[in-house]
Design a protein around this ligand. Structure first.
Ligand code: MN
Length: 293
C-alpha cells in the first residue's frame, strides 16, 4: 500500500443554468485540466451547490425534453427532489439521498424538473449530475434505468463512530454497491461526523477524485479540501484517508479508464465523428422514441 496524493484542489467555477432549474458549477470537462480524458470514464460533472429556490407552484423549473446517446447519466440528490421521465418509460421522483442511474446507451429522450412538491414549497436544492462513459461495445446497447432509493444503498460504518460510507456503485471494503455498471466504477458517499476518518483504496491507474458536498475535510492528514471543492488524485499510489473537519459529506469517484477515443458533441458521446453524425440523424428521424413536453 502506498499513498495516493492529491494532485490539485479545484475551486468551483462560476455557475451556469441548465434549463431554468439547475444552477451548476461544471468541474468536468470545461476547465482546470479536468478533461474527459483526464477523468475517463467520468466525462462530465455538473455540481449544483446548495442554492435556495423560492416556490414556483404554477410551473416547475427544470430542463425539457432532450436526447442522450453513448453514456450513462447519474443524478445524486442531496437537497430537494427532481421528477424525471424518459422515452423508455422510466421515471419517477429522485428525493434527498436517492440516486438515478440512467443508461442512455443507444438513445433516450428525457426531461428533468423540480418535483411538484418541491416546486410548491421551494427550498434548498443540491445535486450532482455525472456522465459515465460507456465502453465502445456497450454504447448501442438497450437503454435502462436504475432508480436507487437511499434505503437500497448499502451503508458501511466508519471506525470509532465516525460516520458511514454509502456504496452507490463499485464496492467499499468488499461491500458491493447498489448500482450495476458496465466498467469498473466506484461511487461512494462518505458521510463523516466531525473528526471521523475513513480510508479508501483504488488501483493506482484508476482516475480518482472527490467532491466536498457538506463541511470540509483533510486528505492524507495534510491537504485541506473546503466545501464545494474537488480534489483530483494522482495516478500513483493506491490509498488515501479523508478526515472530517466538521460534519461532512464527500462524494468519492474512482474508475478504470476506458482509454477509447472520445467524440463528444452536445448530448452525444461516441467514439468517432461518423457516430456523432449518425446520432444527430437518428435523433432527427425520431429513432430516440417519443416523450411529451
Ligand atoms: Mn439530460
Amino acid at each position: 500500500m502506498s499513498v495516493k496524493q492529491v494532485e490539485m484542489v479545484l475551486a468551483p467555477r462560476e455557475p451556469h443554468y441548465v434549463g431554468d432549474g439547475f444552477r451548476v458549477h461544471n468541474f468536468i470537462p470545461s476547465g482546470y485540466g479536468l478533461t474527459m480524458q483526464r477523468m475517463d470514464p467520468f466525462i462530465m460533472l455538473d455540481y449544483g451547490a446548495k442554492f435556495y429556490f423560492p416556490p414556483s407552484p404554477s410551473k416547475a423549473k427544470g430542463v425539457g425534453v432532450h436526447p442522450h446517446r453513448g453514456f450513462e447519466t447519474v443524478t445524486v440528490a442531496y437537497k430537494g427532489s427532481v421528477a424525471h421521465h424518459d422515452s423508455g418509460g422510466g421515471g419517477g421522483v429522485i428525493a434527498e439521498g436517492d440516486v438515478q442511474w440512467m443508461t442512455a446507451a443507444s438513445g433516450v429522450l428525457h426531461k428533468e424538473y423540480h418535483s411538484e412538491e418541491f416546486s410548491k414549497t421551494g427550498g434548498d436544492f443540491q445535486m450532482v449530475q455525472l456522465w459515465v462513459n460507456l465502453p465502445a461495445k456497450d454504447k448501442m446497447s438497450t437503454p435502462k434505468y436504475q432508480a436507487i432509493t437511499n434505503a437500497q444503498i448499502p451503508k458501511i460504518l466508519v471506525a470509532n463512530n465516525g460516520g458511514e460510507v454509502e456504496v452507490i456503485a463499485g464496492n467499499y471494503e468488499g461491500n458491493p454497491g447498489a448500482a450495476t455498471t458496465f466498467s469498473p466504477v466506484h461511487m461512494l458517499n462518505a458521510k463523516l461526523k466531525n473528526g471521523g476518518e475513513a480510508s479508501f483504496s483504488f488501483p493506482p491507474h484508476y482516475n480518482t477524485g472527490l467532491l466536498v458536498i457538506e463541511g470540509s475535510v483533510i486528505v492524507n492528514g495534510t491537504e485541506d479540501v473546503p466545501l464545494d471543492h474537488f480534489a483530483l488524485f494522482t495516478n500513483t499510489g493506491d490509498s488515501f484517508t479523508v478526515k472530517a473537519s466538521e460534519d461532512s459529506i464527500v462524494l468519492i469517484l474512482s474508475g478504470e479508464p476506458l482509454r477509447e477515443p472520445i467524440a463528444a458533441h452536445g448530448p452525444f458521446v461516441m467514439n468517432t465523428r461518423a457516430e456523432i453524425m449518425q446520432a444527430f440523424e437518428d435523433y432527427e428521424n425520431g429513432k430516440f422514441g417519443e416523450l411529451a413536453d
